[in-house]
Design a protein around this ligand. Structure first.
Ligand code: LLP
Length: 402
């Protein structure tokens, strides 16, 4: 981030999310280029960062969207994503969500159970439409990532096992109201090893071949998201190796390759700016108390996730400190044992790699207003979400006071 960070903090206030749109563009083109020469589509996983301007930025470059609620589908459409580039996934879709997705005529509804397939068929019948569907297959692969974000093992709630998927394809193929055109898997998030993805691709490509043998023609092969990023010193998967592994596994299949990266696109485009309120020492232990908190950026509290923390333009000898927020929970921390110089009121701290699953997992816990969001693009900065107010938070309750 080249812009003057202190100036941004003064201009927009803290806590603040700042996203580098040039970085996002670079990530998109790197991945898209890796798929060059094959039919492919990048369906950005909106859950990672669903700010409308972020989605619009990606849509302008040609990205599609992977959505997990009808709200995300609406966001994608509002931001200008072509309806034929939108996929709707998720283990539990309500009838009204299914209905709206069918009415909006999006590319695919991704099914995660047999029961859900029957619901989609029923709703499609009511609307007298044919639902384009894909089925999320669980290839039973250990993705070697954090258990909370691992999704491709049979013990996880996601998708259906291969044998069930096959039965579902046969059923869907006979149904007047279902058109099985896609296949999907997603084995986990923050993947740093390519082998589990390769293995999953091979298993699922075999299923596509066996479906083809019984005249069920799969056109969209969706490998999910999950490409890991660098938070500290991880060695991650390169875009070219990723694409090549997928090409290899799908050799000979005439399919459009879909992938659903979220974190890869936005994690390292974003930083969370927070100002120092106070320092204190309890029984020899140093705490830096900041104006941001777990309600703004939950990843450290929820996953014990590491985010690099730096003080901006503060010199001096560094000692170890816990960086904590004002929320009334011991779990409210951004970093433990962080090496920081001595800090005073209003010094600025930058929490890195906060562009993915930062703002989207924010809450109003402790009646704290959600942070503002700013985009940096071609040397300019602009507000893309205003800071929430107290009035915004109580709007839906005030009317009910007696
Ligand atoms: N596709 C599906 C079906 C998914 O479930 C996910 C993420 C993605 C794509 C995008 O995955 P990505 O490329 O971002 O790894 N809150 C957690 C991450 C949860 C991921 C959930 N699913 C975190 O902060 O690490």
């Amino acid at each position: 981030m080249n812009n003057d960070m202190n100036a941004l903090a003064v201009k927009y206030g803290t806590p603040l999310y700042v996203y580098d749109f040039d970085y996002i563009e670079n990530r998109y083109t790197t991945l898209k280029d890796a798929f060059a020469g094959k039919k492919s589509m990048i369906n950005y996983a909106v859950k990672a960062n669903s700010n409308l301007s972020v989605i619009q930025h990606l849509a302008n470059m040609g990205a599609g969207a992977d959505c997990v609620s009808i709200g995300e589908v609406r966001r994608a459409m509002d931001a200008g994503v072509d309806k034929y580039k939108i996929i709707f996934s998720g283990v539990g879709k309500r009838d009204d969500e299914i209905r709206e997705a069918l009415e909006k005529d999006i590319l695919l509804i991704n099914l995660e159970s047999e029961a859900e397939m029957k619901r989609v068929e029923m709703v499609a019948k009511e609307l007298n439409k044919e639902a384009r569907i894909s089925i999320r297959v669980n290839p039973n692969i250990d993705p070697q990532t954090h258990p909370y974000i691992s999704t491709g093992l049979n013990e996880n709630k996601f998708g259906v096992e291969i044998a069930m998927a096959k039965r579902m394809y046969i059923y869907a193929n006979k149904s007047e109201f279902l058109n099985p055109v896609g296949i999907h898997f997603h084995i986990g998030s923050q993947l740093t090893k390519l082998d589990p993805i390769k293995e999953a691709c091979v298993i699922v490509a075999d299923l596509v071949r066996s479906l083809r043998a019984i005249k069920i023609d799969i056109k969209f092969f969706d490998v999910g998201g999950g490409i890991g990023v660098v938070y500290s010193d991880e060695v991650t998967i390169s875009a070219t190796d990723y694409a090549q592994a997928i090409f290899e596994a799908t050799k000979g299949l005439d399919v459009t390759l879909l992938c659903e990266p979220g974190r890869y696109m936005v994690a390292n485009a974003g930083a969370f700016f927070t100002s120092v309120l106070y320092e204190k020492v309890n029984d020899g232990k140093r705490f830096v108390i900041v104006d941001g908190a777990m309600n703004d950026l939950l990843r450290p509290s929820l996953y014990n996730a590491y985010h690099k923390i730096e003080a901006v333009n503060v010199e001096g000898e560094k000692t170890s400190a816990d960086v904590v927020g004002p929320v009334c929970e011991s779990g409210d921390f951004f970093g433990k044992g962080v090496q920081l110089p001595s800090l005073k009121h209003n010094d600025l701290l930058i929490i890195h790699s906060a562009g993915a699953y930062g703002f989207t997992m924010a809450s109003n816990y402790n009646t704290r207003a959600k942070a503002a969001e700013v985009a940096l693009e071609a040397g300019e900065d602009r507000l893309i979400r205003a800071r929430e107010t107290y009035e915004d938070q109580v709007r839906l309750e005030l009317a009910y006071l007696k």
